[in-house]
Ligand binder design. Structure first.
Ligand SMILES: [Zn+2]
Ligand SMILES: [Zn+2]
Length: 334
C-alpha cells in the first residue's frame, strides 16, 4: 500500500510527530490532493492545547491547504486531475439544517472542519469534499496563497462584519490575519490603527510596513476614536480595550474561535449603541469574494516557511510571537 509522510497529533498537549500513513482513497464527492503547502493557524494551536475539545484523534492538523488533484472519487466532477485547489476550515456541511437553509452555512449544526473532524494538510496527501474546495487565483504561488485560506478569508469575514460605515479601523493582535486585512482596509481608503502586545516594537514596525497609519501597545488609546475594531488575538481583555477606543455606534468584532474570559466592565462602555460580536467559520461565498478581491488589492502575505517536519516548531513560534506574518509548511522542502 502506498504511504505518505504526515505530522500526527495523538492527543492534546502531546507533540506532533512524523509518521507514515496509507495514502487515503477518495470516496464519492471527494478529491485526493497532493499537498504542496499548508498554512499554520492559531486554531491549530487551540487544538494542540486542548482548548477545542472534540477533535478526531489521532489527527492530522492543517486547514489552509494548497494542493493538486491527483484522483477524483466516484461522482466527483468539479475539478480535473492536476488542477490546483485550496481547502479551508469549512470542510463540509449537512446542507439541511436551519442555518444551511438560511444561507448561514458557517453556523451549520453538523459541520465537518478540516484538520479537526477530518485529517488536514500537515501531510503529503489529503482528501477534500470537492464542493468546499476553492479554485485559486493564478497570481499567487502555492506558499503565498496558503495563508489567504484562513487568515485571509476569516479575517475578511471579520472585517466585513464591521459594516460599511468605517473610516477608522482598529486591529488588535497583529499576526497573519491582521497584516492581510490591513492591506485590504488601506486599499479601501480606511485609516488603520494597529495594536500589539505591549512593548512588541517588532510587530508594531511590521504593522507600519503593511500600511497601518499608527501602531502601538494594546493598552494605549489610538490617536483618534475608532468606528470599528477587529480582534485577532485570543485575549478577552482586548474586548474591553477596544470598546474604550470606539466611537458611539462602534462595532467590536472578535475573529477568533477561542478567547480567554472577557472581564466585566461598566455598561457605559457599551452604551450609545456600541456592539460586540463574534465571527464563526466561513461560508463558501466569503471565500469566493475574498479570493477574487485579493489579487486586486493586491494582498501580499508575509510568509515564514517551514518544512513539514517542522510543524511543531512553527506552532511554538506562533505561540510565542516569534515571527511576523503567517507561517506556512512548504511540502517541497525537506
Ligand atoms: Zn485557521
Ligand atoms: Zn447545516
Amino acid at each position: 500500500m502506498p504511504t505518505m509522510r504526515a505530522m500526527l497529533l495523538d492527543a492534546a498537549h502531546s507533540p506532533l510527530h512524523l509518521v507514515k500513513l496509507p495514502i487515503p482513497m477518495p470516496g464519492a464527492g471527494q478529491v485526493l490532493l497532493k499537498v504542496s503547502a499548508c498554512g499554520v493557524c492559531h486554531t491549530d494551536l487551540h487544538i494542540l492545547d486542548g482548548e477545542l475539545t472534540e477533535p478526531k484523534l489521532p489527527l492530522v492538523l492543517g486547514h489552509q491547504i494548497v494542493g493538486r488533484v491527483v484522483q477524483s472519487g466516484p461522482g466527483s466532477l468539479h475539478f480535473q486531475v492536476g488542477e490546483r485547489v485550496g481547502v479551508p476550515w469549512l470542510g463540509a456541511t449537512d446542507g439541511t439544517c436551519r442555518y444551511c437553509l438560511r444561507g448561514q452555512e458557517n453556523l451549520c449544526d453538523h459541520p465537518t472542519f478540516t484538520g479537526y473532524d477530518v485529517d488536514g494538510g500537515f501531510a503529503e496527501y489529503t482528501l477534500a469534499d470537492e464542493r468546499f474546495c476553492f479554485s485559486l487565483p493564478t497570481a499567487y504561488s502555492d506558499v503565498e496563497v496558503a495563508p489567504l485560506l484562513c487568515a485571509g478569508l476569516i479575517g475578511y469575514r471579520t472585517y466585513r462584519m464591521a459594516g460599511e460605515n468605517v473610516e477608522t479601523l482598529g486591529i488588535y493582535g497583529f499576526g497573519a490575519a491582521a497584516h492581510i486585512i490591513t492591506q485590504v482596509a488601506k486599499h479601501a481608503g480606511k485609516r488603520v490603527y494597529a495594536f500589539t502586545r505591549p512593548g512588541d516594537t517588532e510587530a508594531q514596525a511590521f504593522a507600519l510596513r503593511q500600511g497601518a497609519d499608527w501602531a502601538g501597545d494594546s493598552t494605549q488609546l489610538p490617536p483618534e476614536k475608532l468606528d470599528a475594531a477587529l480582534i485577532f488575538a485570543p485575549v478577552g481583555p482586548l474586548v474591553v480595550s477596544a470598546l474604550q477606543a470606539t466611537h458611539k455606534g462602534g462595532v467590536v468584532v472578535s475573529g477568533g474561535i477561542h478567547m480567554s474570559d472577557i472581564p466585566s466592565f461598566p455598561y457605559s462602555l457599551l452604551w450609545e449603541e456600541r456592539v460586540i460580536r463574534s465571527v464563526a467559520n466561513l461560508t463558501r461565498r466569503d471565500g469566493e469574494e475574498f479570493l477574487a478581491l485579493a489579487p486586486q488589492v493586491p494582498v501580499k502575505a508575509d510568509v515564514k516557511v517551514f518544512a513539514l517536519e517542522q510543524a511543531g516548531q512553527a506552532l511554538e513560534q506562533l505561540r510565542h510571537g516569534q515571527f511576523t506574518g503567517a507561517a506556512v509548511l512548504d511540502l517541497n522542502l525537506t
